[in-house]
Design a protein around this ligand. Sequence first.
Ligand code: GDG
Length: 457
Amino acid sequence: MSRLVVISNRVADPRKLAAGGLAVALGETLQQTGGLWFGWSGAITDDEEGSDAPPRTRTSGKVTLATIDLCRSDYDSYYEGYSNSVLWPVFHYRLDLAKFNTRDLAGYRRVNQLFARKLQPLLRDDDILWVHDYHLIPLAAELRALGCQQRIGFFLHIPLPPDLILAAIPQHEWLMRSLFAYDLVGLQSEADVAHCMRYMTNEGNALLLPDQRLQAFGATVQVKAFPIGIDVDEFERLAKTTEAAETYARVCAEYSRRQLLLGIDRLDYSKGIPQRVRAFRELLERYPDNQHSATLLMIASPSRDTVNAYADLRQELEGLCGAINGDFGDLEWMPLRYIHRTVARKRVPALCRASRVCLVTPLRDGMNLVAKEYVASQDPDDPGVLVLSRFAGAAEQLLDALLVNPYDTQGMAESIQTALHMPLKERKRRHRALLDNVRTFNVHWWRQAFLDALKQA
Ligand code: GDG
């Protein structure tokens, strides 16, 4: 059987629990199949010349982890620069936040070349390579340039925007041309696939072939949707741990007289966190019966806080949260609890289960795993309600959630009110349908569907 080689920006120990959708999903995948996981160690060195040393390797269960370090200037331009200040905002439709410059582009190319150079000696002829996410779009092209002929698939965890937004990236032709070095490009949703095909045909003059294959630049690539899922069984196991039981009991006791609403995200401008707080404020104003009876618990784990846009977001959010508590709170009740820290993963299912409503309100999101985790955590006999942005990839699948437009503060407040008062029968019906979907399209389905398609591509 071919060995699976996963390549992503960061490598996480699959036996340790991490925050971040990609780390969670890939850890679960490799723990099952075994193989090699290659990426950046997370360390930044002073060695600007670059080292000839081979990647450091160690094993964790069935997985070999191989990592390389980055020097400061590569980190700045590849990671903070091109990846997180160009590709992340543009792919989330935020051209206004993109900072285009040729220095960062050069760093992005250099690091992709470095990844290719360091990975190639570790590869076997019959390996199957699975490259992840926007940091590594040109990696297959760099590997092909070194003579690699293995099957290589790419999965984009973030959304792929419409053609004219992509075309605003000054070097978009180069970037998208490099997608043709893959055998298969996987995206999160059918909407993303439609954008990609339109982009490739309009901007790249690609020829559309049967089975969602596109031909251009002397190569053929297949583009398909593989909505990522969660490991429902593992999540249920987590919910049964002592920490989870303790958290659940404590939260239930603390909020026994109140309805808890929950938000869990990385603190990122794509997640619609300020919009959620504004809708909660609107809820308290329009439906004052919620004052003293509803509390919004918002856990926003720190993320990329050295990038300016993230520092601005943090400031905005602190202002909004402080104002709500100042305007509505009193000695008995604070409407909002905002925690800017990562909570232990074992506590996540307990927090989900103890909450009557979960607010997942991204302005744009590839998928959003929190939405699925919330569904998987519920008591089927008394489930909570998922309020989900129609702009999350998950909205294509989770049609029985209360779908909202996060830009519509009033509409969102009304949906939250509906969620808080939804009769048990309707909650159960919606939850059954949602859980069915989350169970069927779980992380194992995702991995298998992608790898089967890659083998056939
Ligand atoms: C990218 C795409 C796509 C969050 N806070 C804490 C914590 N988390 C965990 C959640 C969940 C994961 O992190 C977040 O996953 P998301 O899918 O919501 O978002 P991104 O990190 O932006 O992931 C996204 C995903 O990749 C997978 O393809 O769905 O669209 O943007 O698992 O539970 N975990 C812990 N403490 C926290 O405070 N332990």
